[in-house]
Design a protein around this ligand. Structure first.
Ligand SMILES: Cc1cc2nc3c(=O)[nH]c(=O)nc-3n(C[C@H](O)[C@H](O)[C@H](O)COP(=O)(O)OP(=O)(O)OC[C@H]3O[C@@H](n4cnc5c(N)ncnc54)[C@H](O)[C@@H]3O)c2cc1C
Length: 216
């Protein structure tokens, strides 16, 4: 399992469907199984022709990718979760907010405390905004130290608070996600996430998604 990193976002591709499952599904239509080459050049050409060029894109739904995503903000999660054709299991603030409870204060604002805070919140590199995030984190820590329950305290979480999730998506939906979210009109954090997801894909699968990401 390889991990790729960007903006302190870590993506691990946990599992993926081999290409021959998709080419086999396409060959079902013609009953031409004997022409397959187990995910080799012939199968790749078929997937590209039928799935991409002929837009028989439902055949791409046989390919599934299972990712573990670490370090995106809850703001970014909100955008990601709008992609309905995917599956999500997200770190629960309800069960995990206690992670802040026994930590020392994030104040005063200095390099050391900013670095500590960045483990918990996504910084924007705008100093005023980042200091506001640090203060929100400190407010939340103080609330938790007063033994206020996670269910109530979570309403004081900043949007910048980092989260992590298991994320599974099929190739057709991933094409849509990459087209929308690697575009320059997408917000910078989800754009960084989308590019990292593309980079975490197996080399031999990239042809399916090449036209969905801008040329570098
Ligand atoms: C630059 C940008 C700015 C955005 N700004 C906003 C914003 O200001 N406010 C906001 O609320 N959202 C915003 N969004 C989110 C956007 O509206 C979509 O919710 C999000 O991009 C998910 O796209 P999707 O519906 O194609 O994906 P999915 O939900 O994964 O759907 C995939 C595809 O399945 C089909 N589909 C799914 N559900 C249906 C359905 N019910 N009926 C018909 N077809 C369906 C469609 O073809 C769809 O493209 C923004 C997105 C982008 C990229």
């Amino acid at each position: 399992m390889e991990e790729s990193r960007s903006c302190n976002i870590a993506i691990t591709l946990l599992h993926y469907t081999p290409l021959h499952i998709c080419s086999n599904a396409i060959r079902t239509c013609w009953q031409s199984f004997d022409k397959g080459d187990n995910g080799g050049e012939k199968d790749i050409e078929l997937i590209d022709r039928v799935g991409n060029k002929f837009k028989h894109a439902s055949t791409l739904e046989h390919l599934y990718y299972n990712f573990y995503i670490k370090g995106i903000s809850r703001a970014c999660l909100q955008e990601l979760a709008r992609h309905r054709l995917a599956s999500y299991s997200v770190k629960s603030s309800r069960y995990t907010l206690k992670e802040l409870k026994n930590l020392p204060s994030f104040l005063p604002i200095n390099e050391e405390n900013l670095a500590r805070a960045e483990q918990f919140v996504v910084f924007t590199h705008n100093k005023e905004v980042d200091i506001a995030s640090l203060k929100a984190l400190e407010n939340l820590r103080e609330i938790l130290c007063k033994n206020i329950s996670n269910d109530i305290a979570k309403f004081a979480m900043p949007e910048s608070y980092r989260t992590e999730l298991s994320f599974s998506i099929n190739a057709r939906s991933l094409q849509n996600f990459l087209s929308l979210r690697t575009s320059k009109s997408a917000l910078w954090e989800i754009r960084a996430l989308a590019l990292s997801i593309f980079n975490a894909l197996p080399e031999e699968h990239r042809f399916i998604f090449q036209d969905c990401v801008p040329e570098s």
